[in-house]
Design a protein around this ligand. Structure first.
Ligand code: ADP
Ligand code: MG
Length: 239
């Protein structure tokens, strides 16, 4: 099975002190293997975003350990952490965060900007990534000419362009209508079928149902961790 893509043990995250102390995470342990598609669910305030920020190396835990692709994140300097984040993790957020008045393909290229890669190679990889999300024919469109669902798929292409070990998505369908949600989930199905590791945070049941593993958070703890038969997957014709 090899080493897990991520392996966290007994994570805690405490905000504030004394009377105002909040234990946003209260002893979370979990490992995700390469190729898994994991949904993390839980009601508002259960600690989902706190966990996502730690898994994404955007924040550090109060206590506990985090191995990302075998590397102990707690031992890294800020510069090393930034490098690990850029190389190993592709982020997708609820807000698409595309650069306006900039073509889709130029948006997708951005994470490669400081890689020392030649412009032609950056363009080739960005086009490949856009093709993965079914938007190669929209490469020259600026975000304002794309639908919300298309913009989010450009954001997924941007997250994939560095070939990260992990695709990490926090409420990626939160701003999408049901049709665009279905298109995005079909892209995730395809990416996972091609071997991508996905951790997706959501409060929508039908989104969580698409993953093959469902982790439930409650009050900063893992209240459930089950393998499930993904529902609603289909051959993603036209995506
Ligand atoms: P979720 O994403 O599941 O809604 P969060 O991880 O955002 O949950 O929050 C978990 C708990 O931690 C909540 O009680 C929230 O109010 C608290 N919290 C989150 N971020 C902060 C912060 N920066 N300062 C203080 N409390 C926070
Ligand atoms: Mg949240």
């Amino acid at each position: 099975m090899g080493r897990p893509v991520l392996d966290v043990r007994e994570l805690t995250k405490v905000y504030g002190e004394g009377d105002t102390e909040i234990r946003a995470l209260d002893g979370v342990s979990l490992a995700v293997e390469r190729g898994e598609y994991v949904a993390v669910m839980g009601s508002s305030g259960s600690g989902k975003s706190t966990l996502m920020n730690i898994l994404g190396c955007l924040d550090v835990p109060t206590t506990g350990t985090y191995l990302l692709d075998g590397v102990d994140v707690g031992s890294l300097s800020d510069a090393q952490l930034a490098l690990a984040r850029n190389r190993l993790i592709g982020f997708v957020f609820q807000a698409f965060n595309l650069i306006p008045r900039t073509s889709a393909v130029a948006n997708v290229e951005l994470p490669l900007a400081y890689s020392g890669m030649r412009a032609a190679e950056r363009r080739r990889r960005a086009m490949f990534s856009l093709d993965l999300v079914g938007l190669a024919d929209r490469a020259e469109h600026e975000p304002s000419r794309l639908s919300g669902g298309q913009q989010q798929r450009v954001a997924v292409a941007r997250a994939l362009v560095t070939e990260p070990a992990l695709l990490l998505a926090d409420e990626p369908t939160g701003n999408l209508d049901s049709h665009a949600t279905e298109d995005l989930l079909a892209v995730f199905d395809e990416l996972n079928a091609a071997g991508r590791t996905i951790v997706l945070i959501t409060h929508e049941n039908e989104v969580g149902a698409r993953a093959d593993r469902l982790i439930t958070l409650f009050d900063g703890r893992v209240a459930g961790d089950i393998r499930q038969e993904p529902s609603g997957r289909h051959a993603a014709a036209g995506v």
